[in-house]
Design a binder for this molecule. Structure first.
Ligand SMILES: *Cc1c(COP(=O)(O)O)cnc(C)c1O
Length: 403
């Protein structure tokens, strides 16, 4: 789908509100929502050329839509990618990536601390089809390198990770992947292109859950892959056409509009997260705070260099307790004492959301996998929203002072 005409060298803030498919003949200023599953063809010859991919033009809703295309163009512009292709959810973007790139006998390397469903999808579901995988410590580039095998096709990293905010060195992993003739994909869900652009550090593919900060207001599910034009058209688009993990136009429209405020939301939410992290670090009921913006974070310097000098809007902390059973009870006590913030396993919302990873996002993992991911029973994740910082602190203080 052709883009609207914009001058070269515009700044990212401008691209975030201006990049889109060309407007219709009505000249709408806000990008239009096209709710249609089919497209009338001008004649049979044109129709044949469009279906064969020899001419640009929409043919069927599973293959493409102008609103969806606007979202893809805007996201690609923000990530500095040549192209993007969107999906119904973040997980279906990962599925599309794997179905497109891998075959039986190929090998993938991920870290132990990947998103729980990613570990399930790659480690279990794809294993049924003969895809091999190795899971290594997130922050140890030597371990990623040592896991490389002759059949390694893909390194897939997530940084910062959920929920411990562990940071890996994108440039180092890109070098390892490329030396092995493999590709590096980065899940950029937590930092978003507002803070981190993995392609600038050598990543080949950037994966997104649009459900999170791209929408930013907790409304719809969406996903996307950003990559070269060749990967998008020749490797991923055929999977979309046959497997149909298509992003709905309405959801694309919501996320497209969400991108317009991504940068100011990320800055405002990250500023609150930093204040909260410092406050938690000094709280007598808190054992440990995980936040890349704190000097105490093990990869603080790397995070600041890679994430535009910003820790992001997600942090996690562990309550003080004598054992795992007491830790779980105390974490539940903090969550049950909330009166303003939400107990909700999502992130990337303007509302502050808290979750207990051990019993939710990481609940399907085996205890051994959970331990490797560092998810303890006393761990609480906070995805900081836009409420006033004093209201956020007061809502947490009540539970933390109750034991
Ligand atoms: C939520 C999330 C996903 C999956 O996205 P969905 O849109 O829920 O399918 C993948 N990676 C990370 C880091 C996430 O937070």
């Amino acid at each position: 789908m052709s883009a609207n005409k914009l001058p070269d060298n515009l700044h990212r803030d401008t691209l975030a509100v201006r990049t889109a498919a060309a407007p219709s003949q009505y000249g709408e200023n806000s990008e239009a929502l096209f709710l249609t599953s089919g497209y009338v063809q001008p004649n049979a010859e044109t129709s044949a050329r469009r279906f064969a991919g020899d001419e640009e033009g929409f043919t069927y809703g599973r293959y493409g839509n102008p609103t969806v295309s606007s979202f893809e163009q805007r996201l690609a512009a923000l990530e500095g990618a040549a192209a993007a292709i969107s999906t119904a959810s973040g997980m279906s973007a990962i599925l599309m990536m794997c179905l497109g790139l891998l075959k039986s006998g190929d090998h993938v390397i991920c870290s132990h601390s990947m998103f729980g469903s990613t570990i399930k999808l790659i480690g279990s579901d794809l294993a049924k089809f003969g895809v091999e995988s190795s899971f290594v410590p997130q922050t140890d580039a030597m371990a990623w390198n040592a896991a490389v095998k002759p059949n390694t096709r893909l390194l897939f990293a997530e940084t910062p990770t959920n929920p411990l905010t562990e940071v890996c060195d994108i440039q180092a992993l890109a070098d390892i992947a490329h030396n092995a003739g493999a590709l590096l994909a980065v899940d950029n869900c937590f930092a978003t292109p507002a803070l981190q652009r993995p392609m600038a550090f050598g990543a080949d593919i950037v994966m997104h859950s649009g459900t999170k900060y791209l929408d930013g207001q907790g409304r719809v599910m969406a996903g996307a892959l950003c990559a070269s034009q060749e990967l998008v058209t020749q490797t991923f688009l055929p999977v979309l056409k046959s497997a149909g993990m298509t992003l709905a136009p309405f959801n694309a429209w919501v996320v497209l509009k969400g991108l317009e405020t991504l940068d100011i939301r990320m800055q405002a939410q990250s500023a609150r997260a930093l204040l909260l992290a410092h406050w938690l670090q000094d709280h007598p009921a808190v054992a440990r705070v995980h936040y890349p913006g704190l000097g105490s974070h093990p990869q603080h310097a790397l995070a600041m260099a890679q994430q535009s000098n910003c820790g992001g809007a997600v942090l996690s902390f562990e309550v003080k307790a004598a054992d795992a059973e007491q830790a779980r009870a105390r974490a539940f006590q903090v969550l049950d004492a909330l009166t303003t913030l939400s107990l909700c396993t999502n992130l990337g919302d303007t509302k502050t959301l808290l979750a207990h990873p051990a019993s939710t996002s990481h609940g399907r993992l085996t205890p051994a996998q959970r331990q490797l991911a560092g998810v303890s029973q006393g761990l609480i994740r906070v995805a900081v929203g836009l409420e006033h910082i004093n209201d956020i602190l007061a809502d947490l203080d009540r539970g933390l002072n109750s034991f």
